[in-house]
Design a protein around this ligand. Sequence first.
Ligand SMILES: CC(C)(COP(=O)(O)OP(=O)(O)OC[C@H]1O[C@@H](n2cnc3c(N)ncnc32)[C@H](O)[C@@H]1OP(=O)(O)O)[C@@H](O)C(=O)NCCC(=O)NCCS
Length: 180
Amino acid sequence: MIQIESLASTHLREVLALADGAFGGNYLTREAVMPYIDHPDRAAWVALAGHSVAGFLLARLAAPDPSWPDGPVVPGVRAGILQTIAVAPGYMRQGIGTALTRHFASDLAGRCKVCFSVCWERDDAPFMRILDRAGWKPVKRLPGYWAEDSLRQGYSCAQCGGPPCTCVAVIYQSGISVNP
Ligand SMILES: CC(C)(COP(=O)(O)OP(=O)(O)OC[C@H]1O[C@@H](n2cnc3c(N)ncnc32)[C@H](O)[C@@H]1OP(=O)(O)O)[C@@H](O)C(=O)NCCC(=O)NCCS
């Protein structure tokens, strides 16, 4: 039985270990994740299997990057941005990623009209399929999206082996258009 709860500091160790395996060592650090706990413009949830962290999702409320939406951005519009999601290998393909994505959408639905997600483009991209099934639309393809971050943070990408990370990001949009 999986339970979704807000991220707490007691989950950090497991969340960081999960992120190291999913994205590459040092992609997420304690300093980067701590601000998601009890922050008005950020949100983070863990999926718990008993007391173990089986998955997590990090999100924030912010103005979208102007290059993302399919059309001009209304000044001042705030979006729900699904930044990072991962499920531990032993818990994959049981619906946890789908449940975390739904939780994000229902939590932020009342707080913003549009959501974006930065997805990793991969041959086997279960997260893109989760978003496709939930009605999200791909609006932008951004090669080298993580290149600078990977060099600055010095993390080794679990997919391409960088730095520099040569992976391609696909921006997905959900909710109303942000065109004026
Ligand atoms: C992307 C990710 C979070 C998906 O998590 P997940 O919990 O496995 O996702 P779900 O179980 O909801 O769905 C994944 C697949 O399992 C299937 N599934 C869901 N419930 C299932 C069940 N009870 N039994 C069997 N399969 C099931 C889904 O249909 C889906 O299949 P498909 O991809 O062939 O369409 C996970 O693969 C992951 O952590 N990947 C590495 C990190 C990553 O890529 N994150 C996204 C970065 S942008």
